[in-house]
Design a protein around this ligand. Structure first.
Ligand code: UDP
Length: 238
């Protein structure tokens, strides 16, 4: 698969990526490994910003299923993303990278509020901006936040780091001969409900012509090799 050269990308890290082999929470060694992937991509000349999820700590829908008010539970989920953002910031700074966390819900003692122009400026100065608290609104997810921030920051692509190396026609963990797609159209993903990302995130990327690249971030050197066009991934585009 040949990918175009993407200069500025938004990397979406789901909370689950940060759990490592665990079932819950944040694994510092995994954060360090993810940070080294990001550092290598930056070293290779790409500009990056990040959106982190919170599913390793709290998901609004799961909370609502147990009886919490949905909007309240979603705010709890957004707070979980801030914890993850601080963990990723810490790991990136250990790797010698200058970062800023910006939260969609202002928390001035901990991080900056989200201010688009300031975020752009940070990126121009070579810093990695980590966007926390999703969109700041309940009933959304960090996938939609990733699509929104990718559009706002003028990113060339949205990279979704998962534990699978692309999009398959069936679950590759259950169906051994499941077929991986190299490319897919946004409309096919929506029509076939392929669950690459939330439908709202896919539609936002489609309308703003931002390709989504789905790849396995657990592999060593995965991000840089996909950025180089060497790795395995699925690209969703118009
Ligand atoms: N969330 C929200 N609005 C947003 C983004 C996230 O309410 O704009 C809440 C929602 O409850 C979600 C939780 O934060 O379940 C964690 O985010 P997400 O599930 O997207 O994390 P991921 O699956 O990527 O780890």
């Amino acid at each position: 698969m040949t990918l175009p050269r993407f200069n500025r990308i938004l990397l979406k890290l789901s909370g689950e990526v940060l759990m490592g082999q665990g079932q819950f929470g944040i694994d510092p060694a995994t954060c360090d490994r993810v940070a080294s992937e990001i550092a290598a991509a930056k070293e290779a000349g790409h500009e990056l910003c990040l959106v982190v999820g919170g599913g390793n700590i709290f998901r609004g829908l799961a909370g609502a299923a147990k009886g919490f008010d949905r909007a309240n539970a979603d705010y709890m989920g957004m707070l979980a993303t801030v914890m993850n953002a601080l963990a990723v910031q810490n790991a990136l700074e250990r790797a010698g990278i200058e970062t800023r966390v910006q939260s969609a819900i202002p928390m001035s003692s901990i991080c900056e509020p989200y201010i688009r122009r300031r975020a752009v400026r940070h990126m121009e100065k070579g810093r990695i901006v980590i966007f926390a608290a999703g969109t700041g609104n309940p009933f959304f997810t960090t996938d939609t936040a990733a699509a929104l921030r990718a559009a706002e920051m003028g990113c060339d692509a949205l990279f979704k780091g998962t534990s699978v190396d692309g999009v398959y026609d069936a679950d590759p963990k259950k169906v051994p001969d499941a077929k991986r797609y190299d490319t897919l159209s946004f409309n096919r993903v929506l029509a076939d409900d392929l669950r690459v990302m939330d439908a709202s995130a896919v539609a936002l990327c489609r309308d703003n012509n931002i390709p989504i690249v789905v790849f396995n971030i657990r592999g060593e050197g995965a991000l840089t090799s996909v950025l180089d066009g060497q790795g395995t991934a699925t690209i969703v585009q118009n």
